[in-house]
Design a protein around this ligand. Structure first.
Ligand SMILES: Cc1cc2nc3c(=O)[nH]c(=O)nc-3n(C[C@H](O)[C@H](O)[C@H](O)COP(=O)(O)O)c2cc1C
Length: 347
């Protein structure tokens, strides 16, 4: 069934294919016993895969990256499909529709996706309604952002609003500051602007009984100096970790034809063109922070070997998005089997 959707993607478009996949997953998930079956088919369980990171126990280190389950509608199904955790979002305070369609394309020659989706979100209230039910043992992160109409100076209130309202319903938070100006989500990457967003979150957390780790998601397009600045912020504040990286706005070295790229226009590229840079950024963060902080490595992980390289560079956990779209539903289990094999060899 999912193969059929993939087959028709060139006709129906990448975003509609994605929407149909989510609908189908929800339909299947509603059938009694279906998640048990999915788990049997797609989940790999082993103590060798388990990780304890920022006080949370992950059954495997392979997560689903933000942007796939934006509103927390299919995380139970993704759990049954073998992911160790799911990052929902980006969730904004008010509902917003994002940029005009079409806004997501596959670049098959590049094993990439290009999007200028602009963070469509049903808003935190809808998301709360979705995530307040049982998580069925899955770790759920919530990626939070600001509405596009909110000016940068008022951004901290937006982040705090989503954070506060979802605090009791998810396991960790990722602060997304990594979208660029094209998407009107940009937050300047100065120490002051980042701290002004994080500080109210730390303050709110201090007054709570439960501790929720807070991570910062960064762009691969930051200069190395800015990556260092973000790492220093992590080391100097109660920030718990970094998610590196988001998609890139660079279109350099793409293999797709000039006419394809011209038709598509501006957008952020994910997938294979990102692999080298995201691993490089993770290694840089790891080295500068002496390996003492959790890093979630994401960006261009298209094969189990890419995941291995990301973990070797210093990532504690990984996330996939484009690699999942290209490899299909078996991808998390392929990665997990590869990691078990590696762990057994190094025993
Ligand atoms: C269509 C699409 C939508 C995305 N939406 C979001 C988003 O809402 N928030 C976010 O932090 N990242 C978003 N991302 C970025 C991914 O979470 C991920 O960081 C990036 O795609 C790199 O990983 P990949 O190469 O495995 O896709 C999106 C990516 C794609 C392809």
């Amino acid at each position: 069934m999912f193969g059929l959707i993939r087959f028709f993607t060139p006709i129906i478009g990448a975003e509609r294919a994605h929407d149909w996949t989510l609908k189908l997953l929800r339909l299947i998930g509603a059938i009694p016993g279906s998640k048990f079956l999915m788990r049997k088919l797609y989940s790999v369980e082993s103590p060798l895969l388990e990780r304890e990171v920022f006080g949370l126990k992950f059954r495997n280190p392979v997560g689903l990256a933000a942007g796939f389950d934006r509103n927390g509608e299919v995380f139970r199904e993704m759990n049954a499909l073998g992911f160790g955790f799911v990052e929902i979002g980006t969730v904004t305070p008010m509902p917003q529709s994002g940029n005009p369609k079409p806004r997501v394309w596959r670049l098959d020659k590049d094993k990439a996706i290009i999007n200028r989706i602009g963070l469509p979100s049903k808003g935190f209230e809808r998301v709360v309604a979705n995530v307040r039910r049982s998580h069925e043992g899955l770790i759920i992160g919530c990626n939070i952002g600001k509405n596009s109409i909110t000016q940068s100076e008022e951004a901290p209130q937006d982040y705090l609003r989503v954070f506060r309202n979802l605090y009791q319903y998810v396991d960790y938070f990722t602060v997304n500051v990594s979208y660029n100006t094209t998407f009107k989500q940009y937050v300047p990457h100065t120490r002051e602007s980042i701290i002004s967003i994080l500080e109210p979150l730390f303050d709110f957390r201090r007054g709570q009984n439960q501790y929720r780790p807070i991570l910062l998601k960064i762009s691969p397009d930051l200069s190395n100096e800015s990556v260092d600045l973000m790492t220093d912020i992590m080391v100097e504040t109660p920030l718990d970790g970094i998610v590196a990286t988001n998609a890139t706005v660079s279109h350099n070295n793409l293999k797709s034809s000039a006419s394809t790229l011209k038709n598509v226009g501006s957008g952020a590229v994910s997938g294979l063109p990102l692999t080298k840079r995201s691993i490089e950024v993770v290694r840089r963060i790891y080295d500068r922070s002496n390996g003492t902080y959790p890093i979630i490595g994401v960006g261009g992980l298209m094969t189990p070997e890419d995941v291995e390289a990301m973990l070797e560079a210093g990532a504690t956990l990984v996330q996939v998005y484009t690699g999942y779209v290209y490899n299909g539903a078996n991808f998390p289990s392929q990665i997990c089997r590869h990691l078990i094999e590696k762990a057994e060899k190094s025993k």
